[in-house]
Design a protein around this ligand. Structure first.
Ligand code: EPS
Length: 387
């Protein structure tokens, strides 16, 4: 069973990610994880915090001599900003009132109010520190280990930005690796150069207005065999599991697979992908409206999932709210924040998708060592080929 947990507050000493259930013998390095952490940290529209952090992963367990041992892999990422928050976030306390940096003017759209009521905390900092998207550094570190596993089998996971605010990338004729290559060069992780320039403007405009802006990210995955996930039970369906993983990312409010919501307004003949057979290629489709999933299982075509990201809830021109303590009508608290984090969400979404796919991969081909997983995978590939 593959699982992971993260721990840590945004301005606390560090973030921790623990991944349990990876096979032994997988080659991993901190440098590999750091590459993904750096990709997450980049992206036009982030705030001053991203100039403070370095996001360097350190293995605390589960890895020896550059290979996993089969036990839980624990990763530590220090928060450099902790130096500026020691008094306010001291785990040992007591936290002096004048240094507590309390937040009581709860921000509409953030976890502040619901969390304060639920956990009975009269300082929303106790909520926002954990609700913060800083936590996604831990998720990307965990997800990077699963990306590494999938890479061993030639699976490529590519996250990119489709839209920011009202600016949309033109539908692309590029192959998924080309999309990834172009997106990597774009400050907003978008493969369309013209749209990139307009997206940068959109972010600048939101910044000028003291506002924030959201968008849509897409993850494309190539190299999957048919048969990951299952139609037989609701919680084994691959699309359901991907949707849950993507929805769990801070600020994501919607998920689509393949044509998604667009399919609802088309006739069946304009939605379903016709099936063909070639002795070399096996079964294939000439279109991919299903986004690589039918009946809750991968069907061998590239996976295509999208997530809609709402605009950041911290606004420099704040919205109306109520003070948690005094109950007075006031303007919401203004924390230093980002204007747009959509390019980062594309990287976080890669990690979320990779984790679910690795989990499904190990369910189907599971073994305690990478060599065993490889044998099981190979046997299945031969079975499908000989079908
Ligand atoms: C975040 C607010 C900002 C972001 C942060 C998420 O942090 P701060 O309040 O320290 O300026 O920069 O994102 C990260 C630190 C990160 O690593 O992604 C929030 O409120 O969610």
């Amino acid at each position: 069973m593959l699982r992971y947990l993260t721990a840590g507050e945004s301005h606390g000493p560090a973030l921790v990610a623990t991944v349990d259930g990876l096979p032994a013998g997988l080659k991993v390095t901190a440098a590999y994880i750091n590459r993904h952490l750096t990709r997450r940290r980049q992206g036009y529209g982030r705030g001053g915090r991203m100039r403070i952090e370095r996001d360097q992963a350190r293995f605390l367990g589960g890895v020896r001599g550059g290979e996993t041992l089969g036990g839980p892999v624990a990763i530590l990422i220090e928060n450099r900003d902790w130096n500026n928050w020691r008094a306010a976030m001291d785990p040992e306390g007591p936290v002096p009132e004048e240094q507590a940096r309390r937040v009581t003017r709860v921000r509409p759209g953030h976890a502040d109010l619901a969390g304060a009521l639920k956990y009975d905390r009269h300082d929303a900092r106790d909520i926002l520190e954990r609700a913060s998207a800083r936590e996604t550094a831990g998720r990307v570190a965990a997800g990077a280990l699963t990306l590494r596993l999938l890479e061993e089998f030639g699976v490529q996971v590519i996250g990119h930005v489709l839209s920011i605010g009202t600016v949309r990338a033109e539908p692309s004729r590029l192959t998924p690796p080309e999309v990834g290559g172009q997106a990597e060069l774009s400050p907003v992780r978008c493969s369309d150069a013209k749209a990139t320039a307009a997206m940068v403007k959109e972010i600048d405009e939101a910044r000028r207005m003291g506002d924030s802006v959201g968008g849509v990210v897409e993850v494309l995955v190539t190299g999957l065999p048919p048969g990951l996930g299952s139609h037989v039970q609701w919680d084994r369906k691959l699309d359901a599991r991907l949707a849950a993983a993507l929805m769990s990312i801070q600020a994501v409010k919607g998920v689509e697979v393949g044509l998604g919501f667009e399919a609802a307004s088309r006739r069946g003949s304009a939605v379903h992908d016709e099936i063909f057979y070639h002795p070399e290629r096996g079964f294939y489709r000439s279109s991919n409206n299903a986004g690589g999933i039918e009946g809750g299982m991968s069907n061998g075509e590239p996976l295509t999932v999208r997530a809609a990201v709402k605009p950041i809830a911290t606004l420099y021109h704040p919205l109306q709210t109520v003070d948690l303590v005094s109950k007075a009508a006031l303007q919401a608290s203004v924390e230093r924040s980002d204007i747009c984090a959509v390019p980062a969400v594309a990287v976080i979404a890669e990690a979320a998708v990779a984790f679910v796919l690795a989990e499904a991969w190990l369910e189907k081909f599971g073994g305690d060592s990478l060599a065993e997983v490889r044998r099981n995978h190979q046997g299945y590939v031969e079975q499908v080929r000989a079908f």
